[in-house]
Design a protein around this ligand. Structure first.
Ligand SMILES: Cc1cc2nc3c(=O)[nH]c(=O)nc-3n(C[C@H](O)[C@H](O)[C@H](O)COP(=O)(O)OP(=O)(O)OC[C@H]3O[C@@H](n4cnc5c(N)ncnc54)[C@H](O)[C@@H]3O)c2cc1C
Length: 426
């Protein structure tokens, strides 16, 4: 039988954004195709979940699988000063009910495979080792994609809507020149893994630790299962490459010595695998949609990962995108303007998180100073940092602006509207 090449929706990428959107669309009975360049399980960075990630995970039907998994349970976050002195850990249970008081630290190869398999089980068609090479267009409208598989075969697939879930490749934003940098957040990261490094006791064993180094740089220390720890340093590129050092391993080993807590915790462990490096950090796509196209997850926006917001935004936007596409299909109208509220809602959350990230990097700001002076907004700080990003945080940011310069919202995220599209279902 000839392979089906016509679908109701296509996702470029089968990472958390693409797989969650595909799962919901398939569950609602739509014919959806996931095109993924890699063969899963594949390596990916981004391992710490925020408590509010549990909501999209529940919607996807994955909470029980998470509970049964080997992923390390995360109950808290702590900050460590450059002197090595750790703050009191913040426990999510001090503010939230059991359903979000605990989340997880995930090995992405396993987590992403679970999310992609969930889409398959719900009926999505998944083609791995199949890279999307270009959009197929009818005038301004995207009507599908041209792909190349591992064997070098070129194949076209069509659908009235394509969801760009290509992660930091930002397939559509790069081709459409929609990628807007965020110069204040132009950082670089170097990271690696340790086997057998120290972990704290009891509930704290799964804590995320953010450990500061000079010049507003910081380390993440994320305990994973199988006695592995993910550890990385983020700072201005020119700080990390000072004295002409370019080798990621050399940079990493030098920076460890900038925080005694990190140095001591790693001392009993064994570094394993490569050192990774990335730059070109935060960016925002000018538009969330155009005729036949919708942007989801990192393909829409990537924010500095200091508060671990990426997976929460990827899964949440995947679910939201699928709901918006389903409603549009039901209405027989997939015109970009239907996605205006999707774009606006996501941008509200992203801008809230972005303000806190700006504050974090402002030398005049610290969470302690903020909550000492304005104890009444401590709950808002927790909510934003836990991923409850859609709240009205007017009071919080009024208080934060006493210590830090906050950015205006970027004029991005609206759909690029065009002709109305009428979907023929069947
Ligand atoms: C240094 C660093 C640390 C981070 N730490 C955290 C953290 O602690 N917690 C957190 O929540 N987030 C973190 N993140 C962010 C997190 O990794 C991302 O937000 C998350 O992976 C986004 O999911 P996604 O599905 O949008 O993209 P991805 O997970 O990148 O998935 C995109 C998929 O698309 C595929 N693809 C790309 N192009 C094509 C193509 N042309 N054709 C077919 N397939 C294609 C890719 O192979 C990939 O599988 C971190 C990111 C970085 C860089």
């Amino acid at each position: 039988m000839a392979e089906k090449t016509e679908f109701e929706a296509i996702t470029i990428g089968g990472g958390p954004a693409g797989a969650s959107a595909a799962a919901i669309l398939a569950e609602k009975g739509h014919r959806v195709l996931v095109l993924e360049r890699e063969k899963f399980p594949r390596y990916h960075i981004g391992e710490s979940l925020l408590p509010f990630t549990n909501h999209p995970l529940r919607r996807l039907g994955l909470i029980d699988r998470m509970r049964q998994s080997s992923f390390v349970k995360k109950y808290s976050v702590q900050f460590v000063a450059p002197s090595g002195k750790a703050s009191q850990p913040f426990y999510f249970s001090s503010r939230y009910d059991a359903d979000i008081a605990q989340t997880w630290q995930v090995l992405r190869s396993e987590f992403d495979l679970m999310v992609l398999n969930n889409a398959r089980e719900k009926g999505a068609v998944v083609h791995e080792e199949t890279a999307v090479k270009e959009f197929l267009r009818d005038g301004d409208r995207v009507v599908g994609v041209r792909t190349e598989n591992k064997a070098g075969e070129i194949r076209d697939y069509t659908a009235p809507i394509t969801l760009d879930c290509s992660g930091r490749d930002a397939f559509a934003a790069v081709r459409n020149r929609w990628r807007l940098g965020d110069p204040m957040l132009n950082k670089a990261a170097v990271w690696t893994y340790y086997q057998g490094a120290a972990r704290d006791e009891g509930l704290d064993a799964g804590a995320t630790t953010v450990a500061f180094i000079p010049e507003r740089g910081w380390f993440w220390y994320i305990p994973l299962h199988d006695d592995r720890v993910s550890v990385g340093v983020v700072a201005e590129g020119k700080y990390l490459s000072r004295d002409g050092v370019r080798d990621p391993g050399e940079i990493f080993r030098r920076e460890i010595t900038q925080n005694p807590w990190i140095e001591e915790h790693l001392a009993c462990g064994q570094q394993t695998g490569p050192y990774y490096i990335t730059g070109e950090y935060s960016y925002h796509a000018r538009h969330c949609a155009s005729p036949g196209l919708l942007l989801v997850g990192d393909a829409l926006c990537f924010l500095d990962p200091v508060f671990s917001s990426g997976l929460m935004l990827a899964l949440k936007s995947g679910v939201m995108a699928a709901d918006a596409v389903h409603e549009a299909m039901e209405a027989g109208d997939l015109s970009p303007s239907r996605f205006a509220s999707y774009g606006a809602a996501l941008r509200t959350g992203i801008e809230n998180m972005r303000k806190l990230v700006y504050a974090f990097y402002d030398p005049k700001f610290s969470f302690k100073k903020l909550t000492d002076r304005f104890p009444e907004i401590a709950g808002d700080v927790t909510d934003c940092l836990s991923g409850d990003v859609d709240k009205d945080f007017t009071d919080l940011f009024k208080a934060v602006s006493e210590f830090a310069e906050l950015p205006d919202p970027l004029p991005v995220g609206e759909p690029l509207t065009g002709e109305n599209l009428v979907l023929q279902r069947g």
